[in-house]
Design a protein around this ligand. Structure first.
Ligand code: ZN
Length: 133
């Protein structure tokens, strides 16, 4: 498996419109449009930072994973995403190493990326996303 870089940090917020100002006005990052991924009940907004990005996540529904995260832990960093060269290969390798996976097969994420989540019990509580673009 080859990890290329930290692709993005996924940050759960109650509202992208209400919370984006810190990132755009105070830090001066630019928001590259919003996209809703209905399958994951989430609206995302990406803000590039050098080689990586900040991904703001807003739930579209009270029972979505981001809403549940905020309910349990409050707003904050919800996941770390690593960009891999080949996501199918990476998942097969991790499965072979006995790492618990949430997604055994990649699914479609925002921006047409192929993504898969590893189980936090395998990663010291950090929700890790693999993505290939
Ligand atoms: Zn993500």
């Amino acid at each position: 498996m080859k990890i290329l870089k930290i692709d993005h940090l996924g940050i759960a917020v109650s509202s992208i419109d209400e919370k984006k100002n810190f990132w755009t006005d105070a830090l001066g990052l630019s928001l590259e449009g919003k996209e809703t991924v209905e399958a994951q009940k989430v609206t995302t907004a990406f803000l590039p930072v050098g080689e990586s990005e900040v991904e703001l996540l807003e739930s579209t529904s009270k029972d979505g994973p981001v809403a549940k995260y905020i309910e349990k832990k409050g707003e904050g960093i919800q996941h770390v995403a690593f960009r891999v060269e080949n996501i199918e290969e990476a998942l097969a390798e991790l499965k072979e190493k006995g790492i618990a996976l949430i997604d055994k097969e990649p699914r479609m994420g925002a921006g047409g990326a192929k993504i898969a989540f590893l189980h936090p019990k395998a990663t010291s509580g950090v929700l890790v996303e693999l993505c290939e673009r």
